[in-house]
Design a protein. Structure first.
Length: 90
């Protein structure tokens, strides 16, 4: 089970939340405008400092994002150029 804090509450109690995660293995859900946006929980041993596995996985994920970002930017510019109700500088 976990406790839920709004982002504002979590910012005010951040140090306390981290200590409770560290020493009591508690989990916390963080919400923004009523929607869950993050979870603060103890990390798994394999992700502790000294493990490269998490970094390697992140590097691979980011490499795949380049093409996706390029396609999204092209789609945005294309959609803007088709709009007739406002002038857009390209």
């Amino acid at each position: 089970m976990h406790q839920t804090y709004s982002l504002t509450e979590a910012k005010a109690k951040f140090s306390e939340i981290i200590n409770r995660v560290l020493f009591r293995n508690e989990k916390f859900m963080i919400t923004k405008k009523g929607k869950a946006v993050a979870m603060v929980s103890p990390i798994n041993e394999k992700y502790r400092a000294g493990s490269d596995e998490g970094l390697i996985r992140a590097k691979g994920s980011l490499a795949q994002m380049d093409q996706l970002v390029e396609e999204m930017v092209e789609d945005i510019y294309e959609a803007r150029s088709r709009e007739t109700d406002r002038k857009v500088r390209l």
